[in-house]
Design a protein around this ligand. Structure first.
Ligand code: FAD
Length: 533
């Protein structure tokens, strides 16, 4: 269709018409203009991508945790990173600045991706499943493979796209329906972290939109303060729109083992032995606490056959709590199956699990990495996925893990009847770059403890009280833990959390988001930045 010739019309008339058009598209959503947003938003080119209607904002008012609820005034559905930059620049230069939260897949627990009264950026609209937002390349001399992935991309899509080239990222999370920007704002940990570090240790370069609306490409060599600040920076310094992630040749198959222990000392000793073996040992090491009831509705329980589940349940009933070490050996289809068997056999010989309680599966690499999704499908069908999740994740130094076991696994959790996995596995501090914002305990080896419990009987407050008991126990016993995916109510707690990194964190906020616009749901900079000295 030919466009009408408007060159004879006065510019003021054209501006007025375009303002009214935007107004119609927004006001047409039948909601009074929110008092927290400046009306000048209507004059921006992105006005048509701003949604105000309650149906749109309702979907961005809570998260996977189902514990926090706060509506944004609006949602931005950007079609390109420039649209996000325009929104941030507008807020930054406005006499009435408003908060902006990037929302990845909303898998936070405590409202970290909410923007009460502000604007939530629905990162997904940049292009989930858009192949052109995931691109594999390499550098010569030395040969380095990497993938450039949009911050909104789900790790499952990154996996499928890189596999087309026979490659894959080397560090993962247990669950792949999380976004690149969301996990890099935290750390991204799983059973590969002892070898390769967390996901944030496997990034070469980032495109970031700062809290002033600048679009900056940063790396170890260029703007390294921003690069390291954003990695584990809880969304405080910028919105990640692209990450360049390290790749390795992808294996095709995985020998996946679970070994049962009745004593925590031998369980943790074996885990520590395995992570010290690096590439001579397993490619993946995790572990969990098993109590009788946790075997039933647990999204990690599909591994065991019915008969084996019964056998393990019997042991759990006898000992109250038992431990399951989980390991994996990756291999290529061309490798001799007998060599893999031999490696596994030699490894198992060195470990002290209960005789007769070693269980093995052989699965595809994708099936292994995407294992939690099966559990999700199962729980969704039972109506047990969209329930409150009062999760607690902490890093506990190795020197205090036995005390933690006695006080928490054998103490606070013992009479507990909740469902959901309790993960326990060690990681190595020197795989975490110290300049990154993410914090870990001050010991070379520390344990990741994940109490990933679901409240299926309206008992989330009880579970959360128990979380407080666990934190209280650690404080009383002087266990120098760090929260992962942290959540604090007071400024003093945040300062303690970041410890010696706090001053840098505040300085970075002043430099890159001086009006504290970004990721308000983390509740770190809740008052003026001058209060944070
Ligand atoms: P969101 O929850 O949407 O956002 C998280 C935070 O990051 C918010 O503050 C948000 O504003 C900010 N943010 C989002 N996108 C960007 C961006 N592009 N740039 C800057 N800031 C941004 N974590 C692990 O480390 N290992 C695991 O094995 C693991 N397993 C999980 C399993 C399940 C079932 C669930 C629900 C979560 C799991 N997580 C795990 C936690 C996960 O890493 C966090 O939920 C994380 O927040 C990523 O989720 P998301 O992509 O949905 O981000």
């Amino acid at each position: 269709m030919a466009l009408p010739n408007i060159s004879h019309l006065p510019p003021s008339f054209i501006v007025a018409v375009s303002l009214v058009t935007s107004l119609i598209s927004i006001v047409g959503q039948l909601r009074p203009w929110p008092p927290t947003l400046p009306q000048g938003l209507l004059t921006l080119d992105i006005a048509g991508e701003v949604l105000l209607d309650p149906d749109a904002t309702a979907g961005f008012s809570t998260d996977f945790g189902c514990l926090a609820r706060a509506a944004p005034a609006a949602v931005l559905r950007p079609s390109a990173p420039d649209d996000i930059a325009a929104l941030v620049r507008f807020s930054y230069s406005s006499p009435q600045p408003f908060a902006i939260a990037a929302r990845g897949h909303g898998h936070s627990i405590r409202g970290q991706a909410l923007a009460p009264g502000g604007v939530v950026v629905d990162m997904a609209s940049l292009g989930h499943g858009r192949a052109d937002r995931i691109s594999v390349s390499f550098d010569n001399a030395p040969l380095v493979w990497y993938v450039d992935a949009g911050g909104e991309q789900l790790w499952i899509d990154v996996l499928h796209e890189t596999l087309k080239h026979g490659l894959a990222p080397r560090s993962w999370t247990d669950y792949l329906y999380l976004t690149v920007g969301g996990t890099l704002s935290n750390a991204g940990v799983s059973g590969q972290a002892f070898r390769h570090g967390p996901q944030i240790s496997n990034v070469y370069e980032l495109d970031v939109i700062t809290g002033k609306g600048e679009m900056i490409t940063c790396s170890h060599e260029n703007k390294s303060d921003l690069f390291y600040g954003v990695l584990g920076g809880l969304g405080q310094f910028g919105i990640i729109t692209r990450a360049r992630i390290a790749l390795e040749p992808a294996p095709q198959r995985v020998r996946w083992v679970r070994l049962i222990y009745t004593h925590f000392v031998s369980f943790s000793r074996d885990q520590e032995l395995l992570i010290s073996m690096m590439d001579q040992g397993f490619d993946y090491v995790e572990g969990s606490l098993l109590m009788d009831h946790t075997l039933i509705t647990n999204w990690r329980s599909s591994f065991f056959s019915k008969t084996n589940s019964e056998k393990i349940r019997g042991l759990a009933a006898e000992f109250g709590a038992i431990y399951c070490l989980e390991g994996a050996v990756y291999y290529h289809e061309l490798a001799m199956a007998s060599r893999v068997d031999q490696k596994l056999h030699l490894l198992l010989q060195r470990l002290s699990f209960v005789p007769g309680f070693a269980f093995t599966n052989d699965v595809s690499y994708v099936g292994f990495l995407d294992r939690v999704h099966d559990g999700e499908v199962k729980l969704r069908s039972m109506g047990l996925w969209e329930v409150p999740h009062p999760w607690l994740n902490i890093f506990v130094p190795k020197s205090r893990i036995q005390d933690f076991e006695v006080g928490v696994f054998k103490g606070i959790l013992m009479p507990n009847n909740s469902t959901g996995p309790v993960l326990i596995y060690p990681m190595i501090k020197n795989k975490w770059h110290d300049e990154m914002s993410a914090v870990t305990p001050d010991e070379e080896v520390f344990y990741s403890i994940g109490l990933l419990r679901s409240a299926i009987t309206d008992d989330w407050q009880d579970l959360d009280n128990q979380n407080d008991d666990i934190l209280g126990f650690c404080h009383r016993e002087g266990i120098q833990f760090k929260q992962y995916l942290p959540h604090y109510a007071s400024q003093r707690d945040w300062k303690n959390h970041f410890g010696r990194k706090w001053d840098t964190f505040v300085e970075m906020k002043r430099r890159y988001d001086p009006k504290a616009l970004l990721s308000p749901g983390q509740r770190i900079f809740t008052s003026s930045l001058t209060d944070h000295v």
